[in-house]
Design a protein around this ligand. Structure first.
Ligand code: F1P
Length: 341
């Protein structure tokens, strides 16, 4: 089996492991999060930046107002980042060795505390951290990030929940939802989609789903070398909609908060001849809304369901690549992490 596929299918196990890590270090983590930080900034590169986008939205909801930027922006435009109060920076990095993220970490450590989430405990970033969260089983052989992304996001959502004493009872439901999303691997939906040989891929998601939409966009580029774009859902009407044709697949990550608006958008896209793939938590009220549909069948809210949407997008990219005769285990032009020379 291709190891990229094997790693996607190991996602639930990786999430359980990160949960165990958080459980074992609960006291230390709670103490760290009790500090009255004024600004919280998430930063990362590539997939880890998109992970930061989604995590920052979830931290804003459950912990404190947070924002996200690519790591390089931290040291290229430092004046725009921090005020003089007590800051917390969270750097996300699978390898813990990406140059921009290391420079950003050193930079922000001078101005506050540093939280690092990574899959590599022995990395440079882990050693710089005031608090580190390790996704041991998120570690991958594959260059493209899959279970590492999902397990690190799962870990960060758990931190947000822990900080607010909100709903630890939801953790098992989150793991169940991830398991159910992986079932798409044995359904026919992805085969039906790849048979159409779409040439353009658009991913739409709002709030915590925006970072996930960006990651769907990146997976298609990295694995299948297809043109792809991602937008905050309703932004799609403001220009990008002009490129729709019957060979464009628009994947919509349906939310609870924006559902009514998103349903109207799906109808518009279909009227204009684009094809839609609707990923939702529940089928209720939206049966066969898209040209293609996948429902995870979960009662979770928007902020907690996000990790479960990822395996679907990763598998879509994986099989699109295979169908084009591309080996997703060996993507062209990419390295495991970027080292600036
Ligand atoms: C990961 C990353 C990947 C990307 C590429 C280069 O960095 O940016 O997202 O696919 O292969 O590395 P990190 O998470 O290890 O910092």
């Amino acid at each position: 089996m291709d190891y990229t596929l094997k790693e996607i299918l190991e996602t639930t196990k990786a999430c359980k492991k990160v949960l165990g890590y958080i459980e074992r270090n609960k006291e230390k983590i709670s103490e760290f999060l009790k500090v009255d930080y004024s600004d919280i900034l998430f930063a990362g590169c590539g997939s880890s930046y998109y992970l930061s986008q989604s995590a920052a939205t979830t931290f804003s909801r459950y912990y404190k107002r947070s924002s996200s930027i690519p790591s390089s922006e931290v040291f290229i435009y430092p004046d725009t980042i921090f005020n003089k109060r007590k800051n917390l920076t969270c750097i996300t990095s699978r390898s813990g060795e990406t140059s921009e993220s290391i420079i950003a970490a050193k930079h922000t450590k001078k101005r506050g505390s540093l939280l690092v989430i990574t899959c590599n405990e022995e990395s440079t970033l882990s050693k710089l951290a005031d608090l580190k969260i390790i996704s041991t089983d998120g570690k991958e052989k594959s260059i493209v990030m899959t279970k590492s992304f999902t397990s690190m996001l799962f870990g960060l959502i758990n931190l947000a929940i822990l900080s607010s004493n909100f709903g630890e009872e939801y953790l098992n439901n989150m793991l169940d939802a991830i398991d159910r999303s992986l079932k798409i691997n044995t359904s026919n939906i992805i085969n039906e989609i790849i048979d159409e040989q779409f040439t353009k891929f658009i991913f739409l998601g709002s709030g915590p789903f925006y970072g996930i939409a960006n990651e769907g966009m990146l997976k298609i580029k990295e694995m299948a070398y297809n043109w792809s774009e991602a937008y905050s859902s309703l932004e799609f009407r403001h220009g990008p909609i002009a490129i729709l044709d019957e060979k464009t697949l628009v994947t919509i990550l349906l939310s609870n908060s924006g559902k009514n608006y998103e349903i109207k958008l799906i109808e518009d896209i279909k009227k204009l001849g684009g094809k839609t793939f609707v990923i939702s938590k529940s089928k209720k009220g939206i049966e066969n809304m898209g040209n293609y549909n996948y429902s995870i069948d979960s009662e979770l809210g928007d902020y907690l369901i996000t990790p479960a949407y990822l395996p679907i997008l990763q598998l879509l990219a994986f099989y699109t690549a295979k169908n084009k005769g591309i080996n997703p285990d060996k993507p062209q032009n990419l390295e495991y992490f970027v080292k600036l020379k």
